[in-house]
Write a protein that binds this ligand. Structure first.
Ligand code: CUO
Length: 638
């Protein structure tokens, strides 16, 4: 019960109801009386909190560390009550969420969906307005009201074709939760918890988001994205139609052809300097800390070191020298309309992890960073045969079983989002928004494997997909193909001697979140479950597991590889069973990343053959399947 009180702390509405008007003096007094509050209350209420902005992060880190370190649960709760009326609203929700995820006495508490806490970060303002009007017009105050989500553009902007994807509520919520689980400023020495391979996961999760975006572009007949590469080139425009509930001002729209400007905190020249220092380090093969101590970018740790350096996170070897190129990239892009703050505009969507995926520049920016990571991967040798093979194991057949064999159907599905937890409509009936999202039919992978030995062999099954053809209809070669390979699933399976039939359902994917409970379900106690099905709200949405494909049936490679689990395992997977639902992109909470291989293996390094078929070994199998999009089919989400 106490835990559900805590979940309700995350409701934004009461933040307005109870807030005494905070004054600097009042807070200064509070900070003076209690050292816990020193350094808090810096970011004003109503300002948009950005967890890419160094100063905001310092304050948020201070708060979540205080909350995590509170010795008893009562003390923790008391601190929450004391601070919520004084600190910035967004910063409070972020810090409390991080604390909830990491306090041992909050085990089993499920975070409410961020889209219900801050629907203004997910729903266009004209839809809010529409909902308000309907709520006002309807005399029966108990009646539920549902309005349809408005669009944010039209097809005169070719990028609008992808808006259903970029503005999808599930992927934006995933991104918010990912950054909660992996705060850039996480200090294991203070919190007592090490986040295994955090830098590498930063690289891999964002690499996969870019790969998935390009699969979606090709599905829509669009060329793959053009990576960002020049800090002085004009940018494409974007309008999110979002307005902040916190301060009533829009996330500004960016017209076409603006160029990035210096901020007082960081200049474009700083960014360019950091880029060349990182690039030099990659080519020399080591980075150096502030004492000129060198760290090799070797096969085992190189990518983890680089991920932390590029982000930059607390683990960066030398933030002073290599900067914080990724985080400032978000901020500098978000502030392109008001770089010196003279107009008091909100920053654009790029500054917020719950909104940044909406903007086409997000993917181009992250692809630019990914190109650096790939430069490093290019310095590593190709995988040798003995690193790829699994002697005595042969994958003989792979089939996707759905309505039609080796075809997956996709379509649009509608779902609803409740606005009533964040917005006061003056009625008891809920006010909801109906929106459409892409989805796919459920399917099974049927994989036949021969174990030619006489012993049971524990195995890891790895499944990837990538489009067969590029935007011009040419077959993709491994050089480009490997960067489009999206992870679909990865799981453990014991191979008995002889013939094995493996059946795996799409819902069980290690990439996706199995389900998400709404605020109302949580309020009825369904969110607290200390024994089973615990998860941390981080995970790719199941409805976007499969790229859209096209109306004709778009060919995709379905690549299956079986490796030796005895080699892959890390020793403690499954130890506690907390948050192990979507491990591929989110890791396993408080555990080692449950796969010893480099993330993205075997496609993380360049492949010496042009054609996938020439490279596959008996423990791999490549099958071509189709993904068919049905414009006319429309389903309700249950
Ligand atoms: Cu997740 Cu740039 O880190 O968005």
């Amino acid at each position: 019960m106490v835990l559900s009180v805590l979940q309700k702390q995350l409701r934004v509405l009461p933040l307005f109801e109870h807030a005494t008007i905070p004054t600097k003096e009042k807070f200064a007094l509070k900070a003076y009386l209690d050292h816990n509050f020193q350094g808090l209350g810096v970011l004003g209420r109503g300002q948009l909190f950005s967890l890419f902005h160094a100063e905001h992060l310092v304050e948020a880190t201070k708060l979540y560390e205080v909350l995590i370190k509170a010795e008893t649960f009562e003390e923790f709760l008391d601190l929450c009550h004391q601070v919520r009326d004084f600190v910035n609203e967004g910063l409070y929700v972020y810090a409390l969420s991080v604390a909830l995820l990491h306090r041992p006495d909050c085990k089993g508490v499920t975070l409410p969906p961020i889209q219900e806490i801050f629907p203004d970060k997910f729903v266009p303002v004209q839809t809010f307005n529409h909902a308000l009007k309907e709520a006002f017009r309807e005399p029966d105050k108990e009646k539920e009201i549902i309005v349809d989500m408005e669009t944010t553009g039209n097809i005169r902007d070719p990028e609008y074709n992808l808006s259903y994807y970029r503005e999808d509520i599930g992927i934006n919520a995933h991104h918010w939760h990912w950054h909660l689980v992996y705060p850039a400023t996480w200090r294991p020495e203070v919190t007592g918890k090490v986040k295994d391979r955090k830098g590498e996961l930063f690289y891999y999760m964002h690499q996969q988001m870019c790969a998935r975006y390009d699969c979606e572009r090709l599905s829509n007949g669009m060329p793959r994205m053009e990576p960002f590469h020049d800090f002085h080139s004009p940018l494409e425009g974007y309008s999110s139609h979002l307005t902040s509930l916190m301060n009533g001002m829009p996330y500004p729209s960016r017209p076409n052809d603006l160029t990035l400007q210096d901020l007082k905190e960081v200049s474009l020249q700083d960014m360019e300097r950091w880029r060349s220092r990182i690039s030099d380090a990659i080519h020399i093969g080591h980075v150096q800390d502030e004492n000129n101590h060198e760290y090799l970018l070797d096969e085992t740790h190189g990518i983890d070191i680089l991920g932390a350096l590029v982000e930059a996170s607390h683990e960066s070897i030398n933030q002073h020298f290599y900067g914080s190129i990724h985080n400032w990239g978000h901020v500098i892009t978000a502030r392109v309309l008001d770089p010196d703050g003279r107009f008091h505009l909100n920053p654009g969507v790029m500054s917020d992890t719950a909104t940044s995926l909406r903007d086409p520049i997000f993917y181009r920016w992250h692809r630019f960073l990914d190109n650096m990571f790939q430069d490093y991967k290019e310095t590593l040798p190709h995988y040798r045969k003995d690193e790829l093979e699994f002697p005595g194991v042969e994958v003989t057949k792979v089939l996707v079983s759905a309505e039609h064999a080796n075809n997956i159907n996709t379509f649009k599905e509608s779902a609803v989002l409740n606005l009533s937890h964040a917005y006061e409509f003056g009625r008891t009936g809920d006010v909801k928004v109906r929106y459409n999202h892409l989805s796919h039919e459920p399917f099974d992978y049927k994989i036949e494997v021969e174990n030619h030995s006489s012993r049971t062999k524990p195995a890891t099954v790895r499944i990837f997909m990538a489009p067969k053809y590029d935007e011009l209809g040419n077959e993709l070669h491994t050089k480009d193909l490997r960067r489009l390979m999206i992870e679909m699933d990865k799981f453990h399976h014991d191979l008995h001697p002889g013939h094995n039939n493996i059946v795996r359902h799409s819902k069980d994917s290690s990439v996706t979140l199995s389900s998400e409970r709404t605020f109302n379900e949580l309020a009825h106690g369904e969110g607290i479950n200390e024994h089973a099905n615990e998860y941390c709200s981080c995970g790719w949405p199941d409805h976007l597991l499969v790229p859209r494909g096209d109306e004709k049936g778009m060919p995709f490679h379905l690549f299956v590889m079986v490796t030796d689990w005895l080699h892959d395992q890390v020793g403690d997977h499954g130890k506690t069973g907390i948050c192990v639902d979507a491990v591929s992109y989110c890791g396993a909470k408080d555990q080692l990343y449950p796969d010893r291989r480099p993330m993205g293996f075997p496609f993380d390094r360049s492949i010496e053959r042009d054609h996938l078929e020439e490279w596959v070994l008996p423990n791999m199998r490549n099958t071509v399947i189709t993904v068919t999009y049905h414009e006319d089919v429309h389903k309700e989400h249950h």
